[in-house]
Write a protein that binds this ligand. Structure first.
Ligand SMILES: C[S@@+](CC[C@H](N)C(=O)[O-])C[C@H]1O[C@@H](n2cnc3c(N)ncnc32)[C@H](O)[C@@H]1O
Length: 246
């Protein structure tokens, strides 16, 4: 906590760390979903998997035990060497995370995930059964995969998060995701604000409404005993909690 406060204070004074602590490698920008909100294809970049030698070159340049997230706009589990990539990063001393839509094309993926040393896996879901979300991540098959992984994981690994983007009028779906996560033993929920740069027609709550939703989501998360990480409110609420916990 002290480190977080010191870091935040330094950043407010524009004193940034000289080396990155977090590195994100987009190992593929191909995907098996076609979400209306996702800018993946609007970026006009060729859709391809990163080749192994380029990947190794990037990872070999890191030497500070950075946390590596193997995700960009594409679906990482489509990459034919994702498990080799996870192992390579782990063997080089890094903590490894990735984010997935959970729509696995092979039955074996769940077991392969359990057999690697992946530290954190985030599943993107914007609602659970019977939801109102039209522009986001929702699929019955995905809920099943998340439940199976949460049930089968060993020794607490990988830590599983659910990640939702908040769509206008869909706060009930977010609350359902929080309750679903707590019910099946997920450790944390991330919430993100929709970026409308490439899809200005997307609807998201205004600032006041969003803040009210945050407080209700936070109340539900506390009630269910699950951690809620919401970037826009992180520093304020974590500091308040730190001082009120004494
Ligand atoms: C693009 S996906 C890529 C990783 C993986 N295929 C998945 O679906 O989780 C990464 C995250 O970006 C989020 N995302 C997509 N479009 C977004 C947008 N316009 N604004 C904010 N987040 C967005 C998704 O909800 C997802 O959690």
């Amino acid at each position: 906590m002290f480190k977080l406060m010191l870091d935040t204070f330094q950043r407010l004074r524009y004193h940034l760390p000289l080396k990155p602590r977090q590195v994100q490698i987009e190992i593929t920008n191909r995907c098996n979903m076609d979400c209306p909100m996702c800018p993946r294809e609007d970026l006009n970049i060729e859709l391809e998997h990163m080749d192994w030698s380029k990947f190794v070159t990037v990872v070999d340049k890191l030497n500070e035990r950075e946390n590596i997230t193997l995700t960009g706009w594409g679906e990482p589990f489509l990459h034919p060497r994702i498990f080799d990539m996870i192992t390579y990063c782990k063997n080089n001393g890094h903590k490894v995370m990735t984010t997935s839509n959970g729509l696995f094309l092979k039955e074996t993926i769940l077991d392969e995930i359990l057999n690697t040393d992946l530290d954190e896996l985030t599943f993107s879901i914007d609602g659970v059964e019977d939801n109102n979300v039209f522009d986001g991540h929702t699929s019955d098959k995905v809920y099943d995969n998340i439940k199976k992984l949460a049930k089968k994981k060993k020794n607490g690994k990988p830590m599983i998060r659910l990640q939702s983007t908040l769509h206008k009028g869909c706060e009930k779906d977010l609350y359902d995701v929080i309750r679903f996560g707590a019910r099946i033993g997920i450790e944390a929920i991330n919430v993100g604000r929709i970026d409308r740069k490439y899809a200005p027609n997307l609807k998201r709550p205004g600032p006041l409404e969003e803040e009210q939703i945050f407080h209700e989501a936070d109340r539900i998360a506390n009630e269910c005993g699950i951690r809620l990480d919401w970037l826009q409110y992180a520093v304020g609420t974590k500091m308040v909690r730190y001082f009120t916990d004494f």
